[in-house]
Design a protein around this ligand. Structure first.
Ligand code: FES
Length: 104
């Protein structure tokens, strides 16, 4: 496992999602009620970027078929997706957001 710098905290505004990448992984970064979260940016149903989706409270809605995922846990809250979203540990180091990704 290794920590990767992915963005500045100021780049992820409260109540928003934005795309990032680290170690070849496409990530979606979120700030919800002051807390940061990181998930895979790719929907588990088909290919869509969740960073293009709609953040509704602590859930992200896929922009293609409107599956709903719970951001902190990755669990599916609404079909058509059935596979949970991968989540990644995230922490703030100074003003830099760091995400932990397993090394292959
Ligand atoms: S691609 Fe996300 S719900 Fe279908």
């Amino acid at each position: 496992m290794a920590w990767h710098a992915v963005a500045k905290a100021e780049d992820v505004a409260e109540g928003t999602v934005r795309a990032a990448s680290a170690a070849g992984i496409m990530l979606a970064l979120y700030r919800i009620d002051g807390a940061f979260y990181a998930t895979s940016d790719v929907c588990t149903h088909a290919f869509a970027l969740l960073s293009d989706g709609y953040l509704d409270g602590d859930c992200i809605e896929c922009p293609i078929h409107q599956a709903l995922f719970h951001v902190p846990t990755g669990e599916v809250r609404s079909e058509p997706a059935s596979v949970p979203l991968k989540t990644y540990p995230i922490r703030l180091e100074g003003d830099t957001l760091m995400v932990e990704i397993a090394e292959d």
